[in-house]
Design a binder for this molecule. Structure first.
Ligand code: ADE
Ligand code: ZN
Length: 340
């Protein structure tokens, strides 16, 4: 293995853009379908994998929502999240901020509390067993009406101790952030931090709306912000974190050829960008694999990898003291790493 890949593997990492439902591996999908007596349209693991060829975000979402139908009990959500966290432990990930999509479950009759209790148990166990710290980000599905988002926000308010932030995901085109201005205003008043997917497939104006109307503290994706130089300058000046997902961008055809990926350009412009996996089961790689793929495609050098590694901790919602401690540990790791 190359020395840069050894470095990537061993480096302490943080992940900030990860949909827990997107970690559902085909093997677990088939096993949970059997355990819960759910009829899937895929006969076996190979049939699931064959469905993982996407032409667009919507193509992926259709498979993603079909897949999550096997998640029924708290134990299912625990098993899903604990499998992801165990894998993150093996990849030297120290901190995760995890999205979940309650409306993908409540619509099927699985209660909000069933979902949340399984996830919280897994996060607590990962803190105990692996020392991984975490936060939960509850997403609204943007293709659904505002009214349903309000009702989901009500559930979140009952469980405020366990949910740090709110996010916005699902089909972007035709569902601008401003559709959820009122929901976000209420959520911010209730003390939730705001983030949103914007500029993945949608135009730069959606990134502006996320900043102005939703008052987000971080942009998820944001690739298309690069089409607007004034917006780039604003994101640089305000050091708004952007969570970039290389393998997702490749698989969803946001950037079909990773050698054309703008990540280096983003770094050079001074944008606060980090590397993330989005939906690793569906896009062919977890955090380390995303780093390795983008390093190899762009021939990123060690200083660029170090900057991306530090940016993830800087962009996180840890307290300033926690960030400083994580960054100090990161810097100590870099100093001691044997490059020979
Ligand atoms: N839900 C899960 N992954 C997503 C993505 N990359 N974009 C929008 N919604 C999503
Ligand atoms: Zn995402």
């Amino acid at each position: 293995m190359s020395v840069i890949n050894r470095f990537i593997e061993a480096m302490p990492k943080a992940e900030l853009h990860l949909h827990i439902e997107g970690t559902l591996e085909p093997e677990m999908m088939i096993a949970l379908a059997q355990r819960n007596g759910i009829q899937l349209s895929y006969a076996d693991v190979d049939a699931v994998r064959r469905a993982f060829a996407f032409g667009s975000l919507q193509d992926f979402l259709d498979v993603y929502y079909a897949g999550m139908s096997v998640l029924v009990t708290s134990r299912d959500f625990f098993d899903l999240a604990f499998a992801y966290l165990s894998r993150m432990h093996s990849q030297n990930v120290r901190h995760v901020e995890i999205f979940f999509d309650p409306q993908g479950h409540t619509a099927r009759g699985v209660t909000f509390d069933t979902v949340l209790s399984g996830l919280v148990d897994a996060l607590e166990r990962a803190k105990r067993d692996f020392g991984i710290s975490s936060k939960l980000i509850m997403c609204f599905l943007r293709h659904l009406p505002e009214e349903e988002a309000f009702s989901t926000l009500n559930d979140a308010c009952r469980c405020r101790d366990h949910i740090f932030a709110i996010g916005l995901d699902s089909s972007e085109k035709g569902h601008p952030p401003s559709k959820f201005s009122r929901v976000y205003r209420e959520a911010r008043q209730q003390g939730f931090v705001a983030v949103a997917h914007a500029g993945e497939e949608g135009p730069p104006a959606y990134v502006c709306e996320a900043l102005d109307d939703l008052e987000v503290k971080r942009i998820d994706h944001g690739n298309r912000a690069l089409e607007d130089p004034y917006l780039v300058q604003r994101l640089v000046n305000d050091q708004v974190p952007m969570t970039i997902c290389p393998l997702s961008n490749q698989r969803l055809k946001v950037c079909p050829d990773l050698r054309q990926h703008p990540l280096r350009r983003m770094l050079k412009s001074g944008l606060l960008v980090s590397v993330n996996s989005d939906d690793p089961s569906y896009f062919g790689g977890y955090l380390t694999e995303n780093f390795i793929a983008i390093q190899s495609a762009l021939d990123l050098d060690r200083s660029e990898i170090i900057q991306l590694g530090r940016n993830a901790f800087k962009s996180s919602f840890m307290t300033d003291a926690e960030k400083q401690s994580a960054l100090d540990q990161f810097d100590r790791f870099v100093e001691r790493f044997d490059w020979h």
